[in-house]
Design a protein around this ligand. Structure first.
Ligand SMILES: [Zn+2]
Length: 435
């Protein structure tokens, strides 16, 4: 009798232990399967990327089944001894062709759950295999640019693309849809380019990541940018650096000047690239751009400036707009029609207005004493948007006028010239149909 009782207690303890093990220690969680590709598989390695992980147990087996029409291939990976496995499978090498396919992945772990078979996870997803880069056909022919100048190109791309534009000197000028089939791209041979033999490349990357790159036939003229010297006086430092004292509270005026002229200038130029993307996908400008009426040019585009303080050279920067001086507090007209994308304080440029004219073309009005427009407002060519001044890094009352293409400053002179616009912009736009 005592023996039976002893065994009963032993069995109960054993059952409790097993139940305890089952509830508290046994891994009942399935492995996690991740397919790293988006909807498209392709790009430079054409690989399906799969990662299987398990928090607690080792992964026992992964089964990958790929189906396309009547073709079916099954790959089984066994005897893994890891909690994380990664596979890259080249579907093209396996004989699959571009188009839809479905992928079913099953994974088992080494847990004793399910009577020893382990936890299982299964996923099934549809993908598009795309291993063909898009084709590009250039439709415009006239691409005569000077270094620091502007141009436009139109081209056809054979399939929908994630990213396209013209790359020059490491900068990609984005292109925009112009009509049902064509892209349009305003671009520049940026002012920092030294060699007129540089090639602008049209780049198109499809949703699978396949990249096409073709050279754009362009005739590029060299530009000689002049140099000037600027003497920084104590009066300039004391009166002008007060505007930036809040940003650099512990620095002396000369130190503030160097920070502003180097770091803030750089920061402002980066910000221009961001604003350059805030653009309407249509042409808002019409004809030549307006120049500040009755004004004299005080500084040209691209001038290399050397800054001197007490006879010593302290800095060097490039002037990337045109300085125009009229009477003090002169009315500033919008150079062309467009949408105000910035109106406010803009570092070295002081009180500034930026107008978007579509497809990345923008005009900038710096050092204003008064802002007459607000962000988001549409303006017509000639509308008064503010008054000239000397805010920001300006010695005296003048307008710093800039033209930007996707945030890169270009020489505004071309945009004031109605013949240049007609021959280089309008002429090319006419070769693209508008549907
Ligand atoms: Zn200027």
């Amino acid at each position: 009798m005592k023996k039976i009782q002893f065994f009963l207690i032993l069995i109960i303890i054993l059952i409790c232990c097993l139940a305890g093990y089952y509830f508290f220690f046994l891994d009942k969680v399935s492995p996690d399967i991740k397919i790293l590709n988006g909807r498209y598989i392709g790009g430079h390695n054409n690989a399906l990327s799969v990662v299987v992980t398990d928090d607690r147990s080792l992964i026992k087996k992964v089964d990958i089944l790929i189906k396309q029409n009547k073709k079916e291939k099954n790959i089984v990976f066994k005897d893994n001894n890891s909690t994380r496995v990664e596979y890259k499978i080249n579907l093209k090498e396996m004989g699959f062709s571009d188009g839809k396919l479905s992928i079913c992945i099953s994974a088992w772990d080494r847990s004793l759950n399910n009577f020893g078979t382990g936890n299982i996870k299964q996923i099934e997803k549809e993908f598009i295999l795309d291993t063909t880069p898009p084709s590009i056909y250039v439709k415009t022919h006239r691409h005569n640019l000077k270094i620091g100048g502007s141009g436009v190109a139109g081209y056809f791309v054979s399939e929908p693309v994630k990213k396209t534009g013209i790359e020059v000197g490491g900068y990609l000028f984005p292109a925009y849809k112009y009509n049902k089939e064509d892209y349009i791209c305003f671009f520049s041979i940026p002012y920092w380019i030294q060699d007129r033999k540089i090639t602008p490349w049209i780049v198109a990357i499809d949703y699978a990541g396949n990249t096409q790159k073709i050279p754009l036939n362009a005739y590029i003229k060299k530009t000689k940018f002049p140099s000037t010297s600027i003497n920084i006086s104590d009066k300039f430092l004391i009166t002008k650096m007060a505007q930036f004292q809040n940003e650099y509270p512990s620095l002396k005026p000369l130190e503030i000047f160097l920070k502003v002229n180097r770091e803030l200038r750089k920061k402002n130029r980066e910000k221009l690239k961001e604003i350059g993307l805030e653009t309407e996908p249509k042409i808002l400008f019409k004809g030549a751009f307006l120049r500040l009426p009755n004004s004299a040019r005080k500084e040209a585009f691209g001038v290399r400036r050397s800054y001197f303080y007490k006879g010593e050279k302290i800095d060097e920067q490039t002037h990337l707009g045109i300085d125009l001086a009229s009477i003090a507090r002169a009315e500033v007209p919008a150079a062309n029609s467009g949408k105000v994308v910035f109106a406010g304080w803009f570092g070295i440029y002081g009180n500034t207005v930026i107008i978007d004219h579509g497809f990345g073309v923008q005009s900038l009005y710096g050092h204003l004493s008064y802002l007459g427009v607000k962000k988001g407002q549409f303006v017509n060519k000639g509308d008064i948007i503010g008054r000239t001044g000397a805010s920001g890094l300006a010695g005296g009352d003048h307008l710093h006028f800039g033209i930007l293409i996707s945030g890169i400053p270009v020489d505004p002179v071309e945009w004031w010239d109605k013949n240049w616009i007609k021959n280089n912009i309008i002429y090319n736009l006419k070769t693209l149909s508008r549907e």
